[in-house]
Design a protein around this ligand. Structure first.
Ligand code: GLN
Length: 547
């Protein structure tokens, strides 16, 4: 434990997408594994108040915390690596900063003063950076500054780092600058100049990087490290190589080998010891040495962009490792699925996940997919919109209600089996107004979920406006789709299952947000297991047919 909270700032240079979030999470893991209570925070320089109103094409998945914050997907990495929940305080945007400064101005808190970027915006940024530190819950707070140094919109953040580094004093704060050392194949050389320029840009704002983490495709030889140290005013042991890894889960060990944790702790005047990564390494070992494989179809409308379903993909990695199975994900675009190609696209799969989403695009393909897996006994997991599509499909094709729909897609349907929640009916604003965050759910006896979770009450995270319409519950249950998870207070249906199917579960919440390396989500673990059983059964059937 540290006596005062120490702050680590992670900035990025040269280009975006270098993986600041993974480096921050990996460092945090190494510090946590030495007994330091560590958290990570992301500062995003865009003007949206939160990423909840952003299309996944813009910014990837929107991650949701227990306290209902709609956040950057990097918070998902932080939770998956650290197994500690994050909250609203872990993600701050320029929009939120300005919003609170402007609200203060309207309340008269700056009465008589001109409100300016410096000091008012930077004070608000510094305040937000220190909320977690001042909570007393953490020894070390890592703050990742989104964007790239030199961007106009990053300037107030870099300026806040400059001020804070000064105010917190030596040993209490440091800056890690993540840069790229590109390999020029024509010259056959790694090039340090972009890093030199990026460090210089940071210095123009008065911030000296203490440690350089250099992303590279090839090993950084010692002479290049020496050169970087010399030109960038850092000690030689502060030049850390971050070479491309086959999985993000290797990065903590790569950083350990490079001594990133050691140099960080030395500069913060904290004791370092060998981190205890036993559990982590056991996971990596299982992840890298699967005994068999399954193929799961991920049906969504943003499948061309990996980041759109980040938490789902990671939850499959955790569940795969737990089952010692490699989970191959086949991304299937729901917009191009229809009755004619459905068999071709789905029949070989061991399981199908229908993804969350908003709006009409691609929903008929999702409904066709649910029908196919329901009728062909393929394990199914529907998440949020995926669960809603399962209810619509069942109502249309089993109950014979032809126009069964969600009022999100058809306001005029006479059979709204999925309908806007009561409290949503008066909501006009789009930002931060969904049913968000953690809600309790009671699980029915003898249900799949009850045995999967091994408890009768769970809490899961939500992000939606529409919900199973309980007016149709009796009819739907009579035909064999059961509501096996209900909110204890409102009786909203949170889970549906079809007991006559080998494994068919739809959940209104997002289990993927709570899957971590240390705690793979039980629903994903059970789904992968069901896919494995399906694969074996399929094989058994085809062998019998060949006899
Ligand atoms: N669009 C649906 C709703 O608002 C589902 C949301 C989701 O999948 N996250 O209820």
């Amino acid at each position: 434990m540290a006596t005062t909270t120490k702050y680590i700032f992670v900035t990025g240079g040269v280009t975006s997408s270098l993986g600041k979030g993974i480096i921050a999470a990996s460092l945090a893991k190494l510090l946590q594994a030495q007994g330091y209570r560590t958290t990570i925070q992301k500062l995003d320089p865009y003007i949206n108040v939160d990423p909840g109103t952003l299309n996944p094409y813009e910014h990837g998945e929107c991650y949701v915390t227990d306290d209902g914050a709609e956040t950057d997907l990097d918070l998902g990495h932080y939770e998956r690596f650290l197994n500690v929940p994050t909250s609203q305080a872990n993600n701050v945007t320029t929009g939120r900063i300005y919003q609170s400064v402007i609200e203060k101005e309207r309340r008269g808190e700056f009465l008589g003063k001109t409100v300016q970027v410096i000091p008012h915006i930077t004070d608000e940024i510094k305040h937000r950076i220190q909320i977690l530190g001042k909570s007393g819950d953490y020894d070390i707070v890592i703050t990742e500054i989104g964007g790239t140094v030199g961007d106009i919109e990053s300037l107030p953040y870099v300026e806040s780092v400059r001020q804070l580094k000064w105010e917190l004093g030596q040993d209490n704060a440091l800056v890690i600058h993540l840069t790229l050392v590109p390999y020029l194949s024509a010259a056959g050389e790694l090039k340090t100049k972009p890093t030199q320029h990026s460090v210089k840009t940071l210095m123009e704002s008065g911030v000296q990087a203490d440690i350089l983490v250099c992303r590279t495709e090839h090993e950084l030889p010692q002479d290049l490290r020496d050169k970087l140290a010399r030109f960038c005013n850092v000690t030689k042991d502060s030049v850390i190589q971050s070479i491309d890894a086959s999985t993000i889960y290797d990065v903590p060990n790569l950083m350990l080998t490079e001594g990133l944790d050691k140099i960080v702790l030395k500069k913060l005047a904290l004791k370092s010891e060998t981190p205890d990564l036993t559990r982590w390494n056991a996971f990596v070992e299982r992840h890298k040495n699967p005994k068999t494989e399954v193929t799961i179809g991920l049906i969504g409308k943003y499948v061309e962009l990996q980041d759109s379903y980040k938490s789902i993909l990671e939850a499959f990695i955790h569940a795969g490792a737990e089952n010692e199975v490699k989970v191959n994900i086949e991304s299937i675009h729901s917009e191009y699925l229809n009755g004619d190609n459905i068999k071709l696209k789905l029949s070989h799969l061991d399981g199908v996940l229908v993804a969350p989403g908003f709006g009409e695009r691609g929903i008929e393909g999702k409904i066709d997919a649910v029908r196919y897996v329901r009728e062909n006994n393929i394990p199914f997991l529907g998440i949020c919109l995926g669960m809603q599509m399962a209810v619509i499909e069942f109502s249309r094709n089993v109950l014979g209600i032809e126009d069964a729909n969600s009022t999100e897609m058809s306001t005029s349907t006479t059979n709204p089996v999925i309908d806007l929640m009561e409290e949503q009916k008066t909501v006009i604003d789009k930002g931060g107004t969904m049913r968000l965050g953690s809600w309790a759910c009671n699980l029915s006896e003898n249900s799949i979920v009850r045995s999967v979770y091994n408890t009768d009450k769970i809490e899961e995270r939500h992000r939606h406006r529409y919900e199973f319409n309980s007016d149709f519950k009796e009819q739907i249950e009579e035909k064999g789709m059961l509501a096996t998870g209900l909110n204890p207070d409102t009786k909203l249906v949170e889970i549906v299952e079809i007991p006559s199917h080998p494994w068919f579960v739809g959940v209104q919440y997002h289990p993927e947000y709570k899957s971590t390396v240390a705690n793979p989500h039980p629903l994903f673990v059970a789904f992968v297991k069901a896919a494995l059983v399906h694969k074996k059964t399929k094989k058994g059937v085809s062998m019998a047919q060949n006899k």
